[in-house]
Design a protein around this ligand. Structure first.
Ligand code: HEC
Length: 163
């Protein structure tokens, strides 16, 4: 009986330092959450479009990312940082090279963007049908591109967006 208690105690003595060390390591390797200097101002067709974009897209497609607290903790941080970097690479309203801006409306129409796992953690990014419509029209007015209503028709013309 006494042996067991001693064992448990030493276990506990180890458990806490191990947890602390693991937490420190996870924070230490969490990666760089950078918001570089903005290189471009977009001439948005309306303040509404801009706001909808900031809410639903801006975290991954601009240099004005609002990094959540959990983006400090590995391994979630790696996923978030990778997502943001990939998103910025494809399309970035803050960079001198805009990227695939003319695809933006289509991504919203097809429900490809914002990514569902992002919406899960950012309920404010969940667009109502009306907001979606405003955003699609606004993105088309701002960046150009075509409005294609039928998802299946254009699946043949475009490469697969699913990772
Ligand atoms: C959580 C981060 C995130 C958010 C929020 C987000 N995107 Fe993306 N986006 C990505 C990533 C990562 C990629 C590149 C990989 C891919 O295509 O899935 C991408 C790709 C794109 C592309 C290029 C598509 C292509 O493959 O040609 C466009 C355009 C785009 N997003 C528009 C939007 C729009 C518009 C919104 C808001 C309605 C939005 N994104 C929200 C992460 C995000």
């Amino acid at each position: 009986m006494s042996k067991l208690t001693l064992k448990e105690l030493s276990k506990k003595r180890l458990v806490i330092p191990v947890i602390v060390i693991v937490l420190i390591l996870l924070f230490a390797v969490s990666g760089t959450r950078a918001n570089p200097e903005i290189e471009r101002d977009i001439n948005w067709d309306s303040p509404e479009t801009r706001e909808l974009f900031q809410n639903a897209c801006g975290d991954c497609h601009s240099y004005e990312t609002k990094w959540p607290w959990y983006s400090r903790i590995a391994p979630i941080s790696w996923m978030i940082i990778r997502n943001v970097n990939e998103g910025r690479e494809e399309f970035n309203v803050s960079a001198s090279a805009l990227g695939e801006a003319d695809e933006a409306a289509e991504e919203v129409l097809e429900d490809e963007m914002p990514p569902w796992e992002y919406v899960l953690l950012h309920p404010e990014a969940k667009l109502t049908a009306a907001q979606k419509d405003v955003l699609v029209t606004g993105l088309l007015n701002t960046f150009g591109g075509e409005r294609k209503e039928n998802k299946h028709d254009e699946d043949n013309e475009h490469d697969d967006h699913s990772e």
